[in-house]
Design a protein around this ligand. Sequence first.
Ligand code: SAH
Length: 244
Amino acid sequence: MNPITKILLCKGKKYYIRDLDKDFHTEFGFIKKSDLQNSKPGDIMKSNTGNEFCVFDPFFIDSYMKIKRGAQIIARKDIGIIIAETAVSRESVVLDAGSGSGALACFLAHICKKVYSYELREDFFKFVKKNIEFLGLKNLILKNKDIYEGIDETDLDMVVLDLPEPWKVIGHASRSLKTGGFLISYSPCIPQAIDFVNALTSDFIHLKTVEISEKEWEIKQRKVRPKTRQLGHTGFISFTRKIK
Ligand code: SAH
């Protein structure tokens, strides 16, 4: 996957440019490659049919939106609460499992010092490697490993689980987290969240289990209402903290 080099916007639609050596065709006409090559952020370019396109350099989020998805990813609204509740930062060393598509791991790598990510399946492991390369992340260490067998790292600030049987990791996480570190489990269904919380040892306190709802609204002049199509249920997120 070539990296995204420029973003174009026209009539509310976003276009991702990877190859500057080709004209770029859209339903609003095409932009000449020479215009693309010479464009600077903030420029307005006209297509052959006279439509205006604004241009800017991609931010992390623009490239992130184009990563390949294999396994079901953790939605950004859920990544948001994980970051907001823990305030992980450039000083934090964290771990996530399973990597899946690498969506959570890559987002965490964008804001943390170092991220370890464990993935059991070799096909997903290879898949995530490509996403890491595409985003150019150097601080994400991916391991083709079964986390139920243990965690190699110690002194971690946070462990996030998105696994069928998260309770199997509680003992390993206890040995690998700093005192005060966060153990978080994301599960699409409530039975896993219940079993995870009930399996917590006295090394942990359960802070809370949440479900985040996001409702997007459409605003077109005075036609203002919730969008017809919404992201429905994603998962339950249990926040715990190591206290010993
Ligand atoms: N959070 C990820 C999606 C995870 S999907 C994202 O945002 O992209 C769950 C993943 O866990 C699957 O890829 C599955 O192969 C992996 N998995 C299941 N059991 C595992 C285990 N014991 N150790 C490591 N990975 C595991």
